[in-house]
Ligand binder design. Structure first.
Ligand SMILES: Cc1cc2nc3c(=O)[nH]c(=O)nc-3n(C[C@H](O)[C@H](O)[C@H](O)COP(=O)(O)OP(=O)(O)OC[C@H]3O[C@@H](n4cnc5c(N)ncnc54)[C@H](O)[C@@H]3O)c2cc1C
Length: 300
């Protein structure tokens, strides 16, 4: 049995990699302030917030599917109508993130809660980028995204993540839920032309389907409520095209989404043969029923 080594990285965001080296948290110089330029709905349950921050790109080029940790005011988190939420989180989840509130105790301004979001639409020369938010419920980040308007400011970390394209990989399985869509789009944008990609995405409704960029020849499948889940497909051996396995030197699996679901996927795809180092990256982006803390998750 080839279970990957589990690397739990703080609280409820988890990353699993296939090697035993500790994952270094990437610490660069301090946070920066980004300014909202515009916010546009992408789907009924997703909004893209365009931001500017020339300082953000002053370091090394960001990794593939790089992300930032933003600090969102807890006070904007307000209950939403059930119809506006893709997940009916328990009422208790709408409560402020206590840890975040305490971390700002004694400082002026509202309590802030850290949350992770993938960088998209990056234009380093212009100092611009965007973040795509799933409007899943009433947490601080989703609530902030609903009301985001030009001129507002958001404190964010420098780009995080360390995934790089490895030319040895010729086949990519990219799988995840709505929170992983931005990362999947970034992977597709940066994959070498000769690489083949199979994309599997789980969404709460047909109306959440988005464009994934101009890449042709993708083996793309969307899944909706009532379809087998990502974990169920993995456990049935049919998440990836026949014969694809991260135990093959040329095949890389990138899986992200709800942590419990991703854990099952990781176990299932590691069951028959141990994934080669760097060939399986399975990241818990959120955990059902628990607020995130924006913890560091490195893409392998
Ligand atoms: C590296 C990384 C990159 C990420 N990139 C993105 C991204 O580009 N876009 C994006 O939308 N998310 C992304 N996420 C996930 C995002 O950080 C979490 O969904 C986060 O919990 C949202 O914060 P919140 O304040 O809105 O809700 P929280 O306060 O964290 O959670 C409140 C409640 O909502 C539930 N919940 C949280 N997220 C979801 C969800 N998506 N669907 C249903 N229920 C949910 C929780 O279980 C909890 O019950 C990323 C996470 C990581 C670690």
């Amino acid at each position: 049995m080839g279970f990957a080594t589990e690397q739990a990285v703080r609280h409820n965001c988890t990353v699993f990699e296939t090697h035993s080296e500790p994952i270094p948290l990437r610490r660069r110089s301090g946070p920066v302030t980004a300014t909202v330029e515009a916010a546009e709905p992408l789907t009924p349950l997703a909004v893209r917030v365009h931001l500017s921050c020339p300082e953000l790109f002053s370091g090394a080029p960001p990794a593939v599917a790089a992300w930032v940790r933003g600090r969102f005011p807890v006070e904007t988190a307000a209950p939403v109508t059930p119809s506006a939420a893709s997940d009916s989180a328990p009422a208790a989840d709408a409560a402020p993130d206590l840890e975040a509130s305490q971390s700002t105790a004694g400082l002026p301004g509202p309590a802030l809660a850290a949350r992770a979001y993938t960088l998209v639409e990056m234009d380093p020369a212009a100092g611009r980028f965007a973040l795509d938010f799933v409007l899943h419920g009433s947490g601080p980040a989703a609530s902030w995204a609903r009301q985001a308007a030009p001129g507002q400011q958001l404190e964010i970390s420098r780009p995080l993540g360390r995934a790089r394209i490895d030319p040895k990989h010729r086949h990519y399985l990219l799988a995840g839920d709505a929170t992983a869509l931005p990362a999947i789009r970034e992977w597709l944008r940066l994959l070498p032309d000769q690489a083949t990609a199979a994309v599997r995405v789980w969404l709460p409704a047909q109306s959440e389907v988005q464009e994934l960029g101009g890449r042709s020849g993708i083996d793309l499948k969307w899944f909706f409520p009532g379809d087998p889940s990502m974990a169920e497909l993995a456990e049935a051996g049919s998440l990836a095209p026949a014969g694809w396995t991260p135990a093959d030197p040329e095949t890389r699996f990138v899986v992200a989404g709800e942590a419990g679901e991703v854990t099952r996927v990781r176990r299932a795809v590691s069951w028959d043969a141990k994934p080669l180092p760097g060939n399986l990256h399975a990241a818990g982006y959120w955990r059902r029923g628990k607020p995130s803390d924006g913890a560091a998750v490195e893409l392998g």
